[in-house]
Design a protein around this ligand. Sequence first.
Ligand code: PHE
Length: 453
Amino acid sequence: MDKMKKEGFGSKLGFIFAAAGSAVGLGNIWRFPYLAAKYGGGIFLLVYLILAVTFGFSLMITEIGIGRKTGKSVIGAYKDVDKRFAFLGPIAAVVPFIITPYYCVIGGWVLKFLAIFATGYGKTVADDGEFFTGFIGDWKQPTIFFIAFALLTAIVVILGVQKGIEMMSRILMPVLLVLIVGIAVYTLTIPGALSGVKYYVLPNFKGFTFTTFLKTLVAAMGQLFYSMSLAMGIMVTYGSYMRKEDSLEGSVRQIEIFDTAVAFLAGMIIIPAVFAFSGGDPAALGKGPSLMFITLPNVFKTMKGGQVVGTFFFFLVALAALTSSISLLETIVSIICEKTKINRYYGTLICFAFVIIVGMTSVFGYSIWDKVTIFGYQFLDFYDFISNNVIMPVVSLLTCILIGYFVKTKYIEDEVLNGEKKFGAKGLYKVMILVICPVCMIIILLSNFLVKL
Ligand code: PHE
């Protein structure tokens, strides 16, 4: 990042790819489908899409705008915008510290599945979940794969080979997209899959109550923050590298479309497949974090050449996860180095140790500590919840108040006009920042106390 900071991004496309590389990750392929399956399929999809083009758009333009205007990373940026909001930087900076460890734990699960497929054992893990539950229920293997994934991430961060990674993701991200489309098309040919497609794309309001709506809204909003890497300072930092002459609005739209398309397609594979294999059983749909690891092997098993396709698929998922975890680790390393003035090498070592120690609580949470819960959540789920549903909404709420009521939306509008003649969605932007975003954020925060998700 230091290197990038001096140079900035060389082109508009370079910026879009880097931001999309951070955004597209496990959130799209692993988290989105299981949430959509759990929270009513079509209704979740509809709520998510509406939020993405209004809410996600406004927040992302705000964060990237703050970064580009101040030219600083998150801790300095908020202070620059308004001294009274200087405290917001450190709060946003806490989020990647919470997410990175458990992100690497799940990255480890992906590596394990990649190893299984690559060695020709893909068929042996296609069952009703016994394999996966057994795997995470015994801490030894998840620990090894977790450490391997965290190590890979740390090596890239130490060597500073982001350039190489960036180039690789430039080539491989489009490949991932093609592969996802291909597998999605295949999934549709499995008998029984079409009712899954219906469940996924057509909202069904039967039996829909206010509480279910609230739950869906909260889950969709949490997902939006996570998937678009919002409310944790990452987009502010990326914005500080962006060239002044490039279009802010256009770039944000493209990142958003890419991120949402990958999530949508991942759901298009997983949800119809769950339907086909379970007959639409709500228990199967509500499986949560384990959904991808149970359903996909079943799809690959029925597929001709599934072993090879599965290997390739898990390889690309691992890569997408890696580009995201690198941006996460990079962020916490630069925060530690900035604060303590130690060099990058030791900074990375310290952060690596931190990731391992905290990550182990997530590994144990699904195995030897599975009776231990924090406010009713297992460790991994708790970290996920506290960051996505508590800290991120607080950061976003305060950011909206800062931009909407202290420095006024003109602050961002002017920055948008730097790179283009017109801010097309200015009206929408104002309404979102001044009214709708803050109200939604307050709803999320209150609902945490009212309904257990
Ligand atoms: N957005 C990434 C994903 O969808 C996760 C992530 C969050 C990455 C925050 C970097 C920063 O998987």
